[in-house]
Design a protein around this ligand. Structure first.
Ligand code: KIV
Length: 308
């Protein structure tokens, strides 16, 4: 018996195959903003190249497949599965309650989103509170969970005691992004979300910790809520570790924001260092593209408005 096949064009609308549901692009035919497979995958050498060329590196958080694909399509180079997801997605009061398996779940969602659209962004995932402080071995075990979920780099907070951990991970093939200044996992120890490095002594400590982290092999360093002049100094002192600022002024090698903040979706008070890119954009894609352009052109952040 021969089966007769109706050509798709002749099918009644109700019988014709429709686009994949729920905004999911077909892996076979990415279109429009989904056609993100435009460039070579971002890598550590590529990030170094951008820095050497004086081009700012863009980073944005994402916690799910769709937003990750949108951020990639809009030209974001690094996607951070931040433990800010504790507040943004889980409704927690701080990042302290975020668990490793939650980070692995969201990292896998983001990795699948990027894979689905042949995205090129570099995927960084946060090691959450309590998953790396006990020992270097614990840090490696936790990092492996995130790397096997799809991360290409892990981020950990703090200076001084973290340098040997960073070295241990890097020597074992785990790229590391460090995080200094306001380190939200230490919010209770710091007494709140405050600008760090304001006194000479604190600034000296941050400079030294940053150098130690570069020496330990950290390839990226998030500087959060530190005075712009200090962040610029640290950036200039670290040729091999690229600083990514958030509330650290315009002199860093790159910038990062929490996705929901820059889309104007903050349930509390918007931090001073955030700009709502959704205000003038017609779409999420447009807002993210405007963020990328503003960072690349050196228009965001504006030290007079967004820094200390
Ligand atoms: O968790 C996060 O989103 C972060 C950024 C604020 C840098 O660490």
């Amino acid at each position: 018996m021969t089966a007769t096949r109706t050509p798709p064009s002749a099918m009644p609308a109700s019988a014709a195959p429709c686009a994949a549901p729920y905004g999911t692009p077909s892996p076979a035919a990415p279109e429009g903003v989904h056609a993100a497979g435009k460039g070579a995958p971002v890598s550590l050498p590529r990030l170094a190249q951008l820095r050497a060329a004086g081009e700012k590196i863009t980073m944005l958080t994402a916690y799910d497949a769709t937003f990750a694909a949108l951020a990639d399509a809009a030209g974001v180079e690094c996607i951070l599965v931040g433990d800010s997801l504790g507040m943004v997605c889980q409704g927690l009061p701080s990042t302290v309650g975020v668990q490793l398996d939650t980070m692995a779940y969201h990292s896998a969602c983001v990795a699948r989103g990027l894979h689905r659209v042949q995205g090129s962004a570099w995927l960084v995932a946060d090691l959450p509170y309590g998953s790396y402080a006990e020992s270097r071995e614990q840090a490696l075990r936790s990092a492996c969970v995130l790397m096997q979920a799809g991360a290409q780099m892990v981020k950990l907070e703090g200076g001084g005691w973290t340098a040997p951990t960073v070295e241990f991970l890097v020597q074992r093939g785990v790229p590391v992004c460090a995080h200094l200044g306001l380190t939200p996992q230490s919010v209770h120890a710091l007494g709140g979300y405050r600008v760090q490095g304001k006194t000479d002594a604190d600034a000296r400590t941050l400079r030294q910790q940053a150098r130690e982290l570069q020496d330990a092999g950290a390839a990226l360093l998030v500087l959060e809520m530190v005075p712009a002049a200090l962040a610029r100094d640290i950036t200039d002192a670290l040729p091999h570790c690229h600083t990514i600022g958030i509330g650290a002024g315009n002199g860093t090698a790159g910038q990062v924001l929490v996705l929901h903040d820059m889309l104007g979706m903050n349930l509390g008070k918007m931090p001073r260092f955030v700009h709502n890119f959704m205000q003038d954009a017609g779409s999420v894609h447009g807002a993210i593209a405007a963020y990328v352009q503003a960072v690349k052109q050196g228009r965001f952040p504006d030290d007079a408005l967004h820094a200390w």
